[in-house]
Design a protein around this ligand. Sequence first.
Ligand code: ATP
Ligand code: MG
Length: 420
Amino acid sequence: LAGAGVRAIVVSVGDELLLGHAVDTNASWVSSRLARLGVRVQEHVTVGDQEEDIRTALMRCIRMADLVIVGGGLGPTPDDRTRAAVAGVTGVPLIEDVTILERLEERFRSGGFESLPPSNRRQALVPEGGEALSNALGTAAGLSLEVEGTWIVVLPGVPREFHAIFDGEVESRILNRFSGRLDPVQELRIHTTGISESVLCDDLERVLPADRGPVSVAYYPDLRGVTVVLTALGAEAAEGNRWLAHLGQAIDPVVSRYRYASKEGDLVEAVAVELLARGWTLAAAESCTGGLIAKRVTDRAGSSQYFLGGVVAYDDGIKVAQLGVPTDLLERHGAVSEEVACRMAEGVRQAFGADVGLGVTGIAGPGGGSADKPVGTVWYAVAIDGETRAEHRRFSGEREAVRERSAQACLALVHRMLPE
Ligand code: ATP
Ligand code: MG
């Protein structure tokens, strides 16, 4: 079967997905992981919590796919029926896995329980002939089993557990099992921020050669920036890579000012790398973003190594009392001004003893705008040793868009001010 692609289907289980109470992030997450590995996902299937519905979906998938990734319904409660459905499809009994049982007992003992609740004991059941995939983050182990040549992997629905078991237990097995049949997407992803999609596109079209070989260029914009993706389709790996390198070089002069390096596409990742490389710390003074920058920075594990903290200086009194912004500066220039943004950045840098201070102040709307400072006007500044730099923008969009764009622009300025 060498060269034949691996067919995969992702099945998401849960009434909450069908009711619209939860968004199926697991399917998109795992699909992008699979694409990277060279597995083509041909379908996303979503079913409710009924055992029969899960069984019906699984039977169809087994006929059609080489790999089925099922997410959700492994919990201890009676509405979690994936385990039983999988066993039902394969016609094998559920057997208690001793290792999983011991791990569960240990987990509950160390959590202060005297014994394992009977409902959790059910989570040690594995279809006969299958294998448990250990879950360091939760009580639901994953399952792996083989049915008529199709490999079924079942993971808990909680996204971080789903991700952890996939990365820890599933990815390497996919590489082994399907080696020789994987067809990874050859692409070059360039994350940019601070330039609009249309301007970026026009500028790139000017520098890209007319002949792009097997490569197509796509633009993916969101509130934080634009990701440019160059994809080589249908080419031998070596040829595809040559084209990608060639075109990547051609566009570099245009994108270099706006690009940042990040695996997941988050600018915070690039800022973190820069700060860590210097052993520098960051502190944030936020008005219109209300802590959004602090939240984004601390969303990343390990941020305590470079993030000291922040002040949500929403009221002018707080800008004065906590950040040392002079009252007369506020009166003369207004809270949304270059002067105030700079003093906020310098003030928080000093107050926290940080290497880098940032300040952001703006009018997120819908109210509060004026003729010379319309809604969307934002001043932000970054202070490092011996230099404070400020920029202002007028962002379009609703309140949330203005806040999101402000946070990103401010982080981009931090990124640009950290010397290479
Ligand atoms: P647990 O042991 O935590 O109960 P489980 O396998 O039973 O694991 P579910 O009960 O299906 O998981 O879902 C647990 C949580 O994960 C719920 O909050 C649910 O909304 C969320 N979740 C389930 N499936 C998905 C999905 N496909 N994408 C995003 N979130 C999901
Ligand atoms: Mg569920």
